[in-house]
Write a protein that binds this ligand. Structure first.
Ligand code: SIN
Length: 350
């Protein structure tokens, strides 16, 4: 018993950072937080990804009071242009930095449009318990009441905090902390767009401190089995969107284009249109394409063998992952296996 206590105590000490200000690395990737508009009232129709990392950091001199901050421009894009190559580059850089003793945490500035995807990807491939916080802004840096500076300030505090250690990749904007797995962009333009619908925020930033009230129960970061350190590409996985009067054209096109996996964003509980869609997915499956049934609804578990006989079709269900996050997990799953039972286990684990 006492040996166990000593081991646990040593582990906790090893995970906590030392005295003094934490060392936080800010990796810039673009987005509205680095955007500029033609006037202070331009909050739509501005240009994303124009301001560099040094300007972003210099705009918030208060950062120096909460952390030793260094910045690096990893790339400079509007996040609708995010792709697998950028993800692999970013993940490798994050893992290299987190392996250094002189880095306590990382903040990534990012466009909000695909923040939920990048954060979940990193949640699955970062090999460290050190904090990784992804932050963006809904108003460009030139706008009245730009939200970037306060969001960046809070993100740096969060990334340097002991409270964020081991919590997985966090998405923090608007004083709210969300888990990468469950957060989603919920409004096209308002500052409070990021939500974890139904399951809820993990906590809040208030008075220069994070307050956590819950945490994700799913495996992530240091406990994840996925490793991209030796990968230069990811398997092609595409999403087909379910709708009334749906046809099979997109499914057939993705298969012809070489998709290794298809996520079906079904109506309701992941339902498949018959007779148009189900036979197309069956044919794809027979050609070796892995099919994941997700839902366009946005909340809830897609029930296995509920709206489709998944065992008979050899389909996988996405659990609660929305289609864009299911695509990420399926890509990473396919880097390890094509066994659908094993892939289903992953969907119930991550
Ligand atoms: C982007 O995602 O790069 C543009 C939109 C935003 O950051 O809010």
């Amino acid at each position: 018993m006492s040996v166990l206590f000593v081991l646990l105590f040593s582990f906790a000490v090893a995970e906590a950072r030392g005295p003094g200000l934490p060392n936080v690395m800010v990796l810039a990737t673009g987005g509205t937080i680095a955007g500029t508009g033609s006037s202070s009232t331009t909050v739509v129709g501005y240009t994303a990804a124009t301001v560099g990392i040094e300007t972003l950091l210099n705009a918030v001199p208060e950062l120096k009071t909460v952390a030793n901050v260094k910045g690096e421009q990893v790339f400079q894009i509007a996040s609708e242009n995010m792709n697998n190559d950028y993800w692999l580059k970013l993940a490798k850089r994050v893992n290299a930095l987190l392996a250094q003793d002189d880095v306590d945490g990382i903040v990534i500035t990012h466009g909000t449009d695909t923040i939920e995807e990048t954060s979940y990807f990193l949640d699955l491939v970062v090999k460290s318990k050190k904090p990784v916080v992804i932050v963006g802004a809904m108003r460009p840096s030139t706008a009245i009441s730009a939200d970037g500076p306060i969001n960046l300030y809070n993100a740096v505090i969060l990334a340097g905090s002991d409270e964020a250690i081991g919590k997985g990749v966090l998405v923090a904007l608007n004083d709210q902390i969300n888990a990468a797995r469950d957060v989603t962009k919920n409004n096209t333009s308002t500052a409070d767009t990021f939500r974890t619908p139904e399951l809820g925020f993990l906590g809040y930033m208030q008075g220069n401190k994070p307050y956590f009230y819950r945490q994700s129960t799913r495996r992530h970061t240091a406990d994840s089995e996925f490793d991209v350190s030796n990968l230069d590409a990811l398997p092609q996985v595409d999403i087909v969107y379910g709708y009334a009067n749906m046809n099979r054209v997109a499914i057939d096109a993705f298969v012809a284009a070489g998709a290794k996996g298809i996520v079906h964003a079904g109506v309701g509980d992941g339902s498949l249109a018959r007779p148009a869609v189900e036979p197309a997915l069956d044919e794809a499956r027979k050609k070796g394409v892995v099919i994941v049934r997700s839902s366009r609804v946005g909340n809830g578990i897609v029930a296995r063998n509920g709206e489709a006989k998944d065992d008979e079709h050899d389909f996988v269900v996405s659990d609660t992952l929305n289609p864009q996050k299911a695509r990420i997990l399926l890509m990473l799953a396919l880097t390890k296996t094509t066994d659908t039972k094993e892939i289903q286990r992953m969907f119930y684990t991550y």
